[in-house]
Design a protein around this ligand. Sequence first.
Ligand code: NI
Length: 192
Amino acid sequence: MMQENSINPFTVYFSLNNGLSDTKNPISRHLSDMKGMYYDNEAFDKMMENGNPLTYDFYDLEMPETDGDLAFGTSVTYPGKVGMEYFMTKGHFHTILDTAEVYYCIGGIGYMLMENPEGDWDIQVLTPGKAVYVPPRYAHRSINIGNEPFITFYTFRADAGHDYGTIETKGFRKLVLEQNGNPIVVDNPKWK
Ligand code: NI
């Protein structure tokens, strides 16, 4: 017997090849949704003149926002660069800051960039089969450093909420750029 406000058991398919569901529509972020988030505005504008590429997809399954439920889905960051900076997600803190998240890589190669308000930061490399633990208080951003889609499956406490605004305003302390074909981590000159 089901309690009130509870959700019934269900399954959802996410492809191990492209990360996408066959029954749910992803939320798609195109380059235009990322205005001001890449450090090289000139490269951004130039790229926009030649189209508005899809940079990442992710899912919101609209789970009940309670501390007993889990939100989950896949995130697919496509390969590409704005200037020297790899395609990435906006990144966010959780509104309830003391909530963690797990990402499990099922395709491609990428970085999980993390930082907390106390000034600690970290980067972990993800390849298929690797899971990363994003501790409570850490903002997190997926960055595709390879040539194929960087696909992860994630889950977090369903009432955690997303604070995109802090990162949109301040940025992350670190940027990941390509130099001589390799990813390098540098200080973000625009970080406030
Ligand atoms: Ni999150």
